[in-house]
Design a protein around this ligand. Structure first.
Ligand code: ZN
Length: 118
């Protein structure tokens, strides 16, 4: 099972994409992932238009998401930080899929509270 985690520097993104697209297998994979990238790129563009820092955006997203949970360490219901990880999985039949996992951490003490995968 091939697994790849998708973090890259924005400044190198164009160069990276150019390189990757020369490999047909990766080009196909990126096509599958296109929707997710479109959203990510749109968010970046909108953020820059609005003059928001990444931190500001995180704050806005966090507020609109409104995720809260009981934190066993703080012993109160707290706001959660959400982090999303995209992984590209190749199944035994060569089928590609994107696994999106979310992790939620307590805003106050930063311990892991829960995670979703789907
Ligand atoms: Zn806590």
């Amino acid at each position: 099972m091939a697994e790849k985690s998708g973090t890259m520097k924005k400044t190198n993104f164009d160069l990276y994409l150019e390189e990757q697209l020369q490999d047909p297998a990766i080009a196909a994979r990126l096509k599958h992932a296109g929707e997710a990238w479109d959203v990510a790129l749109q968010i970046t563009a909108l953020r820059e238009q609005a003059g928001l820092s990444q931190k500001d955006l995180a704050k806005l997203l966090k507020t609109s998401a409104g995720q809260t949970a009981y934190c066993p360490r703080c012993r109160v219901v707290t706001n959660l930080y959400e982090s999303v990880t995209l992984r590209f999985i190749t199944g035994p039949g060569g089928d590609e899929k994107i696994i999106e996992s979310r992790a939620y951490h307590c805003e106050a003490c930063l311990i892991f509270v829960r995670g979703d995968e789907g």
